[in-house]
Structure formats: C-alpha cells, structure tokens
Design a protein around this ligand. Structure first.
Ligand code: SAH
Ligand code: SF4
Ligand code: F3S
Length: 463
C-alpha cells in the first residue's frame, strides 16, 4: 500500500532504518479489536523502519506490549508479563521494551509501571502511535525511559496504515473514543472523547484495502451508531454503510460495537437494502434488568432492546446475534440476575461474551454501595455461561446440513490439515485444507457442529 505518511515522519523512519534496519521486534497485544488494529499499525510502522517481526522473545531486540485496562485482570496480566521481562532484560542488556495502549493512557497505571518496572524504555499512548520513530531515536541516545502520551486523538494517526498480505479481511477505525460513560467503564478515560473520521478518509482507506485484495471490512468504534454526528458536515452511520456498499470488489461489511440506545431505523433498514452487510449483529446488552441498566447509565430498557431485536429479525430472520453481558454489577440482586438469564433465553444469542464485573478506579460504579461478593459473582457467572453455551450449541446444531458462504482465513493453528474461515454470521468453520482457497469466499456444506465452531466440506464454486 502506498505510504501516505507525511514527509517529516518519513525522515524519522529513514533515520531509524539506518540505525536499526534488520533488527527483530515482537508485539504482544492485550484487549479488544481496537488494540489489535493498533498493533497492526505499530507492526506496519516497525516494518517500515526496517525491523523484522519475530515470535521468539529471545531473539527480539524490541518487545512492545500493547495493554488493556478494561478489567483488573487485564492489567494484572500485563504486570505479570513485565515482571518476567525484567529477568530477560537482565540477561539481554540491549533489549528495548516498549509499553503502549490503554493502560498507559491511565495515569495511575502508567505511574505504577514507571515505578515498579524502571527498565521499560518507551511508553506511548493510543493517540500517538505515529511518534514511535522519534521515541526509538530518543531511546538510542540514553537508557532513560521516554514517555509520550496525548490525551486526545491526533489526526496524523489517520495516515498510519497496516500491511495487507494475504489478508482477506481488514479493520478500519471509523471513530475513536467514547462519550457514553457507562458507570462501570474505563474506556472513556483511556481512549478519550468521541472523534469521527472524515467520510472521505474512510472511503479512501476502504478502496485501497479492496485494491489490495481485501474482501471484508470490519468497521471499528466504541459506539459506531453515533458515527459522524460531530463532523463539520454531519453524516450518519447508515449513510457511511451505504457509501461503503458501493465499493466494487468489497464483498462483506461488518462492524463493532453498536450501542442499543442509538440504533436508528435507518440503520436497521440497511439490513434490508445492503446485501453486503454481514448477517451478524453484535449488540451489547450488559444486563437484562432495567434497574441495573439504569445504574449502568445505559439509557435503554430491556423492552427497548427486545424491540430492536424484533425489528432486525423481521428483516433478516436468520441473522446471528451476539452480545456482551456482565454479572455482579454493584447492587445486582438474584432477581436482577434472573432477568438477565431470561433475556438471554428470549433473544437466543448465537454468541455472548460474558464478564464478571470488575471495579475500575475513576469510574462512577467504583464507589457504589453493595459491591457483590466474589463467590456470588462467580456462581451467577457459571449459571450464565451454562445458559449461553446451551443456546449456542443448539443454534450451531441447526446449521448441520445447510450450505454457508465462508470467507477462508487460513490454515488452522491446531491442525495443519484443516483451514478455518467465517460464515456470513461470523461463525468459525473448519474445513479440509486447500491452499488455493485462502482469502476467497467459498460455499461450504456444514457436516457437524459444537458449541464453538462448525465443521464443513467445500462445495467448490468460487463466488
Ligand atoms: N464500547 C463497547 C464495549 C467496550 S468494552 C460497548 O459499549 O459495547 C467491552 C466489554 O467489556 C463491555 O461491553 C462490557 O461488557 C465489558 N466491561 C467493560 N467494563 C467492565 C468492567 N468494569 N468489568 C467487567 N466488564 C467490563
Ligand atoms: Fe464503555 Fe459504555 Fe463507551 Fe462501551 S459505550 S466503551 S461500555 S462507556
Ligand atoms: Fe479495548 Fe481494553 Fe482499551 S477493551 S479500548 S484495549 S481498555
């Protein structure tokens, strides 16, 4: 893909290349798709600077950890990892360690890392990935830690690209940050206020990706439904989808995440008008109790949620639905939890991401009364999981014998004789390996199913 970085950045890239060309780097990614996509940008930037990617920490000259703050456990994982890196750094004096991502956007976590892990060389945030070349150059001069954080998103970041080789599907950021302030959530404090990218920038990026062979685009934002409201020439998310749909060669459009409070009829109608829009909707519900939804500051009721699902299913009866659900929010009673279980059973999700509520300092729920004891949370969590998996398995079994269009992703990691892909409903399918089909859309007959994936055989006509 063409390098659209501005001239100044290219100068720094070239300087780093002179100093480091051929050295090895490794990136470890925690957290959500936003972070995965950011890591792809970092990888692209590192490769532009002449570094070569490795999976082996022993041969890496640079190790970059892209962190997540969403739950306590996510931060703990990073802290554990940094503890282990301390030993590696002792045996490998020249190793450079960089820490970036959401944890670094949070002052308490950043200060903790600075204090406990003084061997860290580079610290940068989610809004200034493009400063990495300058940070590397600064770090060449001494052994101090170099820290650069930008509170809010800078437009320059728009220019960062990712490498597309053999990738059939690609992420595009359509917006950054979040204004919703759900009372449990740290994201508005790490990713900052909501900013939408210009329509033209998004379309240009999408066209360039499709020219590079990408078949599916996954639009990323914390709340894609409010895309475009703050632009000088405001535009809706539905209008963005319609514009993307026109791109020739693009076969599938997916997006995440949408907020139930902002789903418009215009967006729902896109499921009627836009055949490229995947038959899949991820719509986080968080709780099935109106009382808890209010405490969470979610601005919808379970009745509103059912209404959206009904409308969408009227248009696409076989659409796959997934969600995020949290148990153990402060003051959640057994009755509230039963409301959640009831909602899950009524909606019949194809997939649900389930979480134990985790207290995040700085959020409004942190100081709420009646925090739920760990044992109660875990017990509810297990009941939820059992329900979710039961439904998931039943829905997957129904697909046995059907034909599905599958976008092939590549060789299976666990079994080299198989390849994997995703249906239009985002279900994982394993099929016999056929190298010539990688990156293409193929017809598959589903032969068997379990809770997490499907098995199928190619019917063998490329779409
Ligand atoms: N913007 C997305 C969610 C991003 S965070 C949305 O609104 O849907 C991904 C998921 O993590 C959330 O949907 C929520 O279920 C979960 N989550 C966020 N904060 C949490 C916390 N403090 N404890 C447990 N789970 C949390
Ligand atoms: Fe967090 Fe709510 Fe924003 Fe999602 S919408 S990122 S849960 S504050
Ligand atoms: Fe994502 Fe974690 Fe940040 S969920 S937005 S990487 S806090």
């Amino acid at each position: 893909m063409t390098n659209t970085l501005n001239k100044e950045l290219n100068v720094f890239i070239d300087k780093v290349k002179d100093n480091h060309g051929g050295e090895k780097f490794m990136i470890e990614t925690h957290g959500c798709q936003m972070n995965e996509h950011d890591s792809d940008k970092i990888k692209w930037l590192m490769e532009s600077m002449g570094f070569v990617s490795t999976e082996d920490e022993k041969e890496a000259d640079y190790i970059i950890i892209n962190t997540c703050s969403v739950r306590h456990s996510a931060e703990d994982k990073v802290i554990g990892r940094l503890g282990r890196l301390k030993h590696l750094k002792k045996t490998k004096k020249d190793l450079r360690v960089g820490v970036c991502g959401c944890m670094m956007q949070r002052k308490v976590s950043r200060d903790f890392v600075l204090e406990k892990f003084p061997f860290v060389d580079l610290i940068f945030g989610t809004n200034n990935i493009y400063r990495l070349p300058q940070l590397i150059l600064a770090s060449d001069e001494d052994n101090d830690v170099h820290v650069e954080i930008e509170e809010s998103y800078s437009n320059l970041d728009n220019k960062l690209r990712t490498n597309i080789t053999n990738n059939q599907s690609a992420y595009i950021n359509i917006m950054y940050g979040c204004n919703n302030f759900c009372t449990y959530c740290i994201v508005p404090y790490t990713r900052g206020r909501e900013v939408s990218r210009e329509l033209e920038d998004i379309l240009d990026e999408a066209k360039a990706l499709v020219e590079d062979g990408v078949k599916e685009i996954i639009l990323l934002g914390q709340n894609v439904n409010s895309y475009g409201k703050s632009l000088d020439n405001p535009i809706s998310f539905a209008e963005l989808l319609r514009a993307l749909h026109e791109i020739e060669g693009l076969e599938r459009i997916n997006y995440m995440t949408s907020h139930p409070k902002d789903i418009s009829d215009d967006l729902i109608n896109c499921y009627k008008d836009l055949p490229k829009l995947a038959n899949y909707l991820h719509l986080p519900v968080q709780s099935g109790s109106n009382r808890v939804l209010k405490l969470m500051n979610r601005h919808y009721t379970r009745e509103d949620y059912f209404e959206i699902i009904d409308k969408v299913r009227k248009i696409r009866p076989d659409i796959a639905l997934s969600t995020d659900i949290m148990v153990g929010f402060p003051d959640e009673t057994e009755e509230d939890f039963l409301d959640t279980l009831d909602l899950v059973k009524r909606v019949e999700y194809d997939n649900a991401f389930t979480f134990l509520y985790s207290k995040r300092e700085g959020t409004r729920a942190y100081d709420m009364e009646n925090q739920i004891p760990k044992e109660v949370k875990s017990e509810r969590f297990n009941r939820l999981l059992e329900t979710v998996y039961g439904i998931q398995n039943k829905k997957n079994q129904k697909l046995v014998g059907t034909e599905q269009m599958v976008l092939i992703e590549g060789q299976s990691k666990n079994n080299p004789e198989k390849m994997t892909g995703r249906t239009d409903t985002f279900k994982l399918v394993h099929m016999p390996y056929d190298e010539s089909k990688i990156g293409t859309m193929v017809k598959v007959r589903i032969q068997s199913a379990n809770t997490f994936s499907l098995e199928g055989d190619l019917i063998d006509i490329e779409k």
